[in-house]
Design a protein around this ligand. Structure first.
Ligand code: SF4
Length: 503
C-alpha cells in the first residue's frame, strides 16, 4: 500500500511582491522535523510553494481568485494526500481559509492543519469556519499534532542537524542563487517591550536570543554550503544587550569575517561605541521602528521613545555608512493633526541629516494603523471598528462574497477593519505618495520639498488631499510608475510640475 502524503503549502508567496527571501523559518522548521521523522510514520512529506506554480500574471487581482481555484485543483490531484498543513500569517489567512474550505468541500478525508505563531492571536470561538480546520498547531514542531491525528504515541524528537538542514534548503527553496546572495536566519524571538499596537507579545511569551557562537556557526555553515556572505537576522529586537552585542561584534572583527548583516533594534540601544562596532563587524543595515514624531503619541502607543534624543543618534548613524529603514505609523486612534505633523517633521529632519552627510542611506516604511487581532488597541477599540474598504488597493476589486466573508468574521480579520475616521479613499495611496517624496523626489529637489512642506506647515496629509482633489489622475499616473530600484527622472519632472502648480 502506498504511503499517505503530508503536504506543507507555503502560500505566503501568493503575492508577487512577497517573493523575496526564504520560506518562513517556522514552516521550514516544521517541515524538516517531520521529514526527519517520517520513517517512523510511513508517510511521504513534501512542501509546495505557490510561487513554484504561478507567476505575476496569475496574481493580478482579476485572476487571483481563479488562481486560488487552480491551486486547489492541483492539490486535490496529488495522490494519497491525507494531511494538508498551511502556515498562517496576517497576510495569507484569508487565502488559507479559502483554500481549506474548497479542499474540505471536495475531499472531507483530507485533514487540514493551520500552523504558525499567528494562530495564537486568533480567536476562532463563535466562528463557523473552524468546521474545515481539523487541527491548529502553534508549536515549532507539528509532530505532536501529527501523532494526535495518527493516534500514535507522542515521540521524543530526534534533533535535526543544522548543517543537514542548510544543505537541504536549496531543494526546498528551489533557488540556489538567492541563498548565495542573502540568507535570513532566525536568531531569536520575542520582545521586552509592550507597544499597544504590536502583535508580537501574542506570539512569544518570553524573550530569547541565540548565543553569538551559535549565530556565527550558522553563518559559517551557510558560507560553507552556498558561499553566502550576507545575512538578515530575523528577530524583532536583536540589539538590546550591549554586552552580548559586543561579544558578537568582537568575535566577527577578531576573526576577520567578511560577512555583511542586518538586524532590528530600537533607537535607544544605539550609541557612539556600538555604532562603530556594528560598522566594523559588517552590519550594513538596521531596521528601526520609530512610529511617531509626537511625544504624546509615543506615550499613548506605549512605544516611549524619547523623541528629543534620537536626532543625535541618527546623526551618528548617518556618518557610519550603516543604512537604516525607519518605520512610521499614522492615524493612531489618539493622534491629532498636530501629532501627525510632528511625525512628518521628524521624517524630513532625518532625511535632511542623510542628505547632508551623504554616507548612510535612510529609507522609510509608512503605514496606516493596523488593528491586529488581540492587541491592546484592538481590544480597546473593537466595537468601533468598521470594515475598511480602502485598506489597500486590491480590496476594491475583491468579489462581494469575499468582502462579506471578511466582514462576517471580524474577530479574526480585525486588521481589515479600522476606525470610521480612518476609512477614506484619501489613505489608499497616501503611503506611496509620502514614500515617493522621500525616496526619490527629495534627492533631486530637496529645496522644493522644504519649500512646499513649509508652505503647508508640514501637514503632508492636507497637501496630498489638495493634490488628490485637483490632480488625481496625474498623481496616480506618477505613483503607478513604480520602480523600486531607479530614480525615474521623467516621473520626478512631472511631479515637480505638479508641485509648482500648488506652491
Ligand atoms: S513594536 Fe517593536 S518594540 Fe514594540 S513591542 Fe513590538 S517588537 Fe517590541
Amino acid at each position: 500500500m502506498k504511503n499517505k502524503k503530508y503536504l506543507f503549502i507555503d502560500i505566503d508567496d501568493y503575492h508577487y511582491e512577497n517573493r523575496i527571501y526564504q520560506i518562513d523559518s517556522d514552516l521550514y522548521e516544521q517541515y524538516i522535523t517531520l521529514l526527519n521523522e517520517s520513517k517512523n510514520f510511513k508517510i511521504d512529506v513534501d512542501i509546495l510553494r505557490f510561487s513554484k506554480l504561478y507567476g505575476k500574471f496569475d496574481y493580478k487581482i482579476s485572476n487571483l481568485f481563479k488562481t486560488i481555484d487552480k491551486f486547489v485543483v492541483y492539490i486535490l490531484n496529488l495522490k494519497n494526500l491525507k494531511f494538508l498543513n498551511i502556515h498562517i500569517n496576517y497576510r495569507n489567512l484569508l487565502f488559507a481559509l479559502l483554500i481549506a474550505e474548497k479542499v474540505k468541500n471536495i475531499n472531507k478525508n483530507i485533514f487540514i492543519i493551520f500552523s504558525g505563531q499567528y494562530m495564537k492571536t486568533l480567536d476562532f470561538s463563535e466562528i463557523k469556519i473552524v468546521d474545515y480546520i481539523d487541527f491548529v498547531c502553534t508549536s515549532k514542531s507539528c509532530i505532536q499534532s501529527f501523532c494526535k491525528l495518527n493516534r500514535s504515541k507522542f515521540l521524543k524528537l530526534n534533533k535535526v542537524d543544522t548543517l543537514e538542514k542548510i544543505k537541504f534548503e536549496y531543494k526546498v527553496f528551489d533557488n540556489i542563487n538567492l541563498l548565495r546572495e542573502v540568507v535570513n536566519i532566525k536568531v531569536g524571538e520575542g520582545c521586552l517591550f509592550n507597544c499597544h499596537y504590536c502583535t508580537f507579545k501574542n506570539f512569544y511569551s518570553r524573550y530569547h536570543q541565540m548565543n553569538f557562537i551559535e549565530i556565527i556557526d550558522i553563518m559559517n555553515k551557510y558560507n560553507l554550503v552556498y558561499g553566502t556572505n550576507r545575512f538578515i537576522f530575523n528577530h524583532e529586537l536583536f540589539i538590546c544587550d550591549n554586552f552580548k552585542l559586543k561579544n558578537f561584534c568582537y568575535e566577527l572583527i577578531n576573526n576577520k569575517y567578511i560577512f555583511k548583516w542586518s538586524c532590528s533594534t530600537r533607537i535607544e540601544f544605539l550609541n557612539f561605541e556600538n555604532i562603530n562596532l556594528l560598522k566594523n563587524s559588517g552590519c550594513d543595515c538596521l531596521f528601526i521602528g520609530l512610529e511617531s514624531g509626537s511625544k504624546v503619541t509615543q506615550k499613548k502607543m506605549n512605544k516611549n521613545i524619547k523623541i528629543d534624543n534620537i536626532l543625535y543618534t541618527i546623526e551618528l548613524l548617518s556618518k557610519s555608512n550603516i543604512n537604516a529603514i525607519f518605520s512610521f505609523i499614522y492615524k493612531y486612534p489618539t493622534e491629532t493633526r498636530e501629532d501627525l505633523i510632528e511625525t512628518f517633521k521628524l521624517m524630513f529632519k532625518i532625511k535632511t541629516i542623510e542628505i547632508k552627510n551623504k554616507k548612510s542611506i535612510f529609507m522609510y516604511e509608512l503605514s496606516k494603523i493596523n488593528f491586529f487581532p488581540n492587541t491592546l488597541i484592538t481590544h480597546k477599540y473593537y466595537d468601533r471598528l468598521n470594515f475598511d474598504i480602502y485598506k489597500n488597493y486590491d480590496i476594491l476589486y475583491y468579489p462581494n462574497e469575499i468582502v462579506k466573508f471578511i466582514e462576517n468574521n471580524k474577530k479574526i480579520f480585525t486588521n481589515y477593519f479600522n476606525l470610521s475616521e480612518n476609512i477614506s479613499e484619501l489613505y489608499v495611496r497616501f503611503n506611496e505618495f509620502v514614500l515617493f517624496i522621500f525616496k526619490e523626489y527629495i534627492y533631486i529637489y530637496y529645496n522644493k520639498v522644504r519649500e512646499i512642506f513649509e508652505k503647508y506647515s508640514y501637514d503632508i496629509l492636507s497637501l496630498y488631499a489638495i493634490i488628490l482633489e485637483n490632480y488625481r489622475d496625474e498623481v496616480y499616473e506618477i505613483l503607478d510608475k513604480n520602480d523600486n530600484v531607479n530614480i525615474d527622472n521623467d516621473k520626478n519632472e512631472k511631479f515637480n510640475k505638479l508641485v509648482n502648480k500648488i506652491l
